[in-house]
Ligand binder design. Sequence first.
Ligand code: SAH
Length: 503
Amino acid sequence: MNSGKVILVGAGPGDAGLLTLRGAEAIGAAEVVVYDRLVSDEILDMLPRGAERIFVGKQSGNHAVPQDEINKILLKNALDGKLIVRLKGGDPFLFGRGGEELELLQQNGIAFEVVPGVTSAFAAPAYAGIPVTHRDFCSSVHVITGHARAGGELSIDFPALVKADGTLVFLMGVATMGEITGGLIAAGMAADMPAAIIENGTRPNQRVTLGTVSGIYALARDRGVKSPALLVVGRVCSLGERFDWFGNLPLKGRRIAVTRPRDRAGTLTNRLRALGAEVIAYPCIETEHIERNVPAETALRDIARYKWLALTSPSGVSSLCELLGGLNADARLLAPVKIAAVGSATSDALAEIGLRADFVPEKYSAAALARGLTERVPPAGRVLIFRAEEGAGDLTEILTDAKILYDDIAVYRTKYISEKSAAMAAALRGNELDLVCFTSASTVRGFAESLAAEGVSEKEFSQLTAACIGSATEAAARGRGFKTITAKNASIDELINVILEGK
Ligand code: SAH
């Protein structure tokens, strides 16, 4: 029998950066992912597109899939020969029922592995500026479940906890918080012992409530504290205010949509998240290499006819690689030409394949690229342009005006997609977005058209600010009715700068 394998993976508390390398590797290879409610959207965005997703958590109104049902799902898929990742919030063995899920697998001889995760019990306090131990305050930390047993009784030995005098971290304690704090005080804890509640720890919407063991329950009710949340009790909580690094990040509380294609969104998304923003990934375009591209292949075979090769995006560089591979050639084929790149992302993509751009304009735009070429191409020299279908007109117009010969060849095309358009339309209408980032005119078009399919009219964009990478993108965004802020130069660094300035 060719049975599969189950990898029990701790997804960490929410921030995708806290997923382990081993966890990410397992997720990348998964054929089936079985996950529950505590796994954050950021992590779900990392699942391979082809992987089957099985949600087994509680959804509002519905009950969670019972434990023995989950065990059977894992077993069945393993018997079908699949590689299954069982993804759980935090660490899978810390109040995660990880052990229970392995029993049936072990009994049936199914191979399994366990990848520990960063637990919310320590990570949420860390993101709230609370070190769970500190030599001046305590010498132990205790992690306790606040979940009441079937009869409604908490089985917590309060006197023992108070006597230990360490930091106490209660998970699953939102519903029982009054009993927990009351129990601690009844067992002799000082009423002014510092305490903290951390909701959505490590996530962009993390909220911290600081108080004392006697006052925090009332504060929690006033503020409508909701799960996932944990309660920390101990003197270390008094440090929370001073060490609140996460709450003080410059883009904290801002919700920003990133519209780049999935495979190129990483840098921008990660940098915005590191600055504290909540990033909503909304890929609305995808680039597709054009196969069996006779004009492009002919141009490459005849490369000595050209003096310059111009590339206007990293996608153009990827297509160039594909084309060279298809000809059974490599970068040496390009020896006769000089190479011009529109900006730093394109020249970086070239550098990755060992090619150095001979010219990158100071201001990154197709027009600046064209003007630079007019100064550099020798008389009667020909330029080969590899770019998108429907590339902007200004590049070729400027060359034409300067009487420079060129071949403008499409090597990839833009596809407009809208997998998450319903959710984005709802976010837009609920005024839940502060900003949308556009890194090309095609992303503006993708955004507008995908939402038009949801009945969103361009009038509804007038309240939304678009952060644009350059002037062509800005013009496209204005054309669709957005307010705009624009990077001083077309690079991710400058786009981030203008977002920080425009706060
Ligand atoms: N295995 C998980 C814990 C599962 S029990 C871990 O190691 O983190 C579920 C409880 O964990 C929730 O009720 C809540 O108390 C806590 N929790 C999980 N993620 C959290 C988060 N991001 N912020 C605050 N509490 C969280």
